[in-house]
Design a protein around this ligand. Structure first.
Ligand code: MG
Length: 340
């Protein structure tokens, strides 16, 4: 088994503004693992609020010894690695992705074949960062041309009325809202949810600071609009905190440590009657195509990463007629382009 690790910087088409700041790009690390003429690819994405950096990811990936045949890779081996090399979820996610990709290519199977995941039409959102009306018009126009029919609008608690007035003047397509922890008052949040319901908003993600479970439980129990956890939910061990406080969770491979853990989260979350969104950080086609393998098991996908960057070195999942599509490809379904 040959392992190679490369840092890369993704560049956004537009500077990305949310409730706590603006960015023009994101550092990622790619890993490729080769055996018998096949190569599996993985990606770790490092937005600045994660504790890990490109350097810690590269160090972690270089330190892991792959002392097994790719044919034997399984959830059991994944959890052995997870315990032997603790921490660094983005690096673990990248490794797990690359191993499933290589295993699938070697054995002529897709990731979905290993877990009996059916194909299904999962709607995919396109994210609108905080924007003025002209910027929003441009972004909606592009997204609709790409095939998106659902938007996730980032709000910050202060420009909400203007943002949604602009949105509804520009399109009648459905939308959800992501506050990214911008709210800290229950009565303000309750008013916002009633207002959002009137406007037809389908769900609200992370209105409160991530530790405000009790406050979240109050607005969730009002049953105004479904409330989803993103920052309040990282990985399987956080799941017991969710029922009551939220109606659903946003699962991301970079938070939970990869596809193998995500499959377990999905199984356990469904037992708790939670709704599911499969999301991404700022990721290229490697991470988003891996996540797209899980889309049929989730209610919504938020896998617009490749559409928001100008230098994607891979191809893979696409959105068509509002839904996620991945071709009939082996492994996770991503291929390098000449940019790689
Ligand atoms: Mg979010």
């Amino acid at each position: 088994v040959i392992k190679k690790v490369y840092p890369y910087q993704l560049t956004f088409k537009y500077p990305f503004k949310i409730a706590h700041g603006a960015r023009t790009g994101t550092d990622v690390v790619y890993i490729e693992i080769s055996e018998a003429g096949f190569t599996g690819y993985g990606e770790a994405s490092l937005p600045p609020y994660l504790l890990e950096t490109s350097d810690t990811v590269i160090q972690w990936l270089n330190s892991v010894e792959l002392d097994f045949n790719i044919a034997d890779y399984s959830a059991e081996i994944y959890y052995r690695i997870r315990h032997q090399y603790p921490g660094n979820m983005p690096a673990l996610a990248a490794l797990d992705m690359a191993l499933w990709d290589l295993k699938g290519k070697t054995e002529g199977k897709s990731f979905r074949d290993y877990f009996n995941i059916p194909d299904a039409n999962t709607p995919c959102t396109y994210t609108l960062g905080i924007s003025n009306k002209a910027e929003m018009e441009q972004k909606i126009h592009e997204a609709v041309n790409y095939g998106f029919k659902l938007f996730k609008i980032k709000l910050n608690g202060t420009d909400d009325v203007q943002m949604l007035a602009d949105y509804q003047a520009l399109t009648h397509l459905p939308f959800m809202v992501d506050y990214n922890q911008a709210l800290d008052d229950v009565s303000v949040a309750a008013d916002k949810l009633s207002w959002l319901k009137q406007l037809g908003c389908i769900l609200v993600e992370q209105p409160f600071k991530k530790e405000m479970f009790m406050d979240s439980a109050i607005i969730t129990s009002s049953k105004t609009i479904p409330v989803y956890a993103d920052e309040s939910f990282q990985t399987l061990t956080d799941l017991p905190n969710i029922p009551g406080a939220f109606n659903g969770i946003n699962i991301k491979l970079m938070k939970c440590g990869g596809l193998t853990e995500a499959i377990n989260i999905i199984t356990e979350a469904r037992k708790l009657n939670l709704s599911l969104l499969i999301g991404c950080m700022s990721e290229s086609s490697v991470g988003c195509t891996a996540a797209a393998q899980l889309a049929p098991l989730c209610d919504y996908a938020d896998l617009d990463g490749p559409y928001l960057i100008s230098n994607d070195p891979f191809t893979g999942m696409k959105v068509a007629d509002g839904f996620i599509t991945i071709g009939d490809i082996k492994g996770i379904g991503t291929k390098p382009t000449p940019l790689y």
